[in-house]
Design a protein around this ligand. Sequence first.
Ligand SMILES: [Zn+2]
Ligand SMILES: [Zn+2]
Length: 360
Amino acid sequence: MDIQAAVTEAAGGDFRIETVRIDAPGPDQLLVRIVACGVCHTDMVMRDGALPVPFPAVFGHEGAGVVEAVGPGVSGLAPGDHVLLSFDSCGACPACHDHQPGYCPEFFPRNFLGALAPAQGGLWRGPERVGSNIFGQSAFATHALAHPRNVVKVDTDLPLHLLAPLGCGIQTGAGTVLETLKVGAGDTIAIFGAGAVGLAAVMAAGIAGAGRIALLDRHAHRLALGRELGATDIATSLEALSGPFDHIVDTTGVPALLGPAVDLLAARGTLALVGAYPSDPKLTVEASAIMSLGRRIVGVVEGGIDPQRFLPELIEHYRAGWLPMEKLVRTYPFAEIGRAVADSESGAVIKPVLLMEPGA
Ligand SMILES: [Zn+2]
Ligand SMILES: [Zn+2]
């Protein structure tokens, strides 16, 4: 079947919409008509070649849509089901059994390399294979092949264009707060970065009943939104933040913030590393400042959650009004993917979401 997909030709290239051919779903695959897909920072990291993705490639990993067909042996999902797409995992390793699929040993090949099993379908441009199955989806397209483990069925009354980002950016921020850090009522928390992940952490801190919720960012308009979403203190520089904090969540990926962050931790406080960090410079921290106060530093992938369990929880929070996604999302027709990416990179828009339907 011919579909429209945004193909990135090579590292540093742009997202160009082209006609490509998609295979029928193979074993452990299902074909999803994509209704909406969020733009996530990791799409730009992959576009820029910082990860060894298979160019030419189709990115997009916050897809949401409607199941059109299921492959051989797939049960529990059927054509017509509305689904949110998330990251993929193996389902068989100790991490997956512990509902921690972000730490699956197959996370890297399944999500960044789009590895396909024999007889599974992909994307083609004439005789040439196009890199697909990124995050088990490649959803910057009108259709994608996903897997039972990375789709979550949702009620048909839910707005897919608002909930698509739950499958990566929102679950990452909210999962870090609610599942990894287990923030408790009255706890103090600082969140570095007021992008989608940071603002999801702010909203989740509100859900958890945190006392002080401090938010650090360079952009005044993002801090204003953060305050609207529950931040109690806002700051444009690290110097303006006064600790101590029981929890700190770094979503910026800026190594220079991490040493000072340790000093802002309370005794037994935890610093969660959630950003996309460069491999250089290395993180330099004073070991005694961690040891003597029982502080912890923890890495977090995708919030440390299992999408199958956590996305339904987030949807309940959305229904209860705790996750006003409409304040974060701006929608764009698929044809305007270039503008959506530019608005994300400039910080002008917190969460661009592409609408794939013609005429949207
Ligand atoms: Zn696994
Ligand atoms: Zn993402």
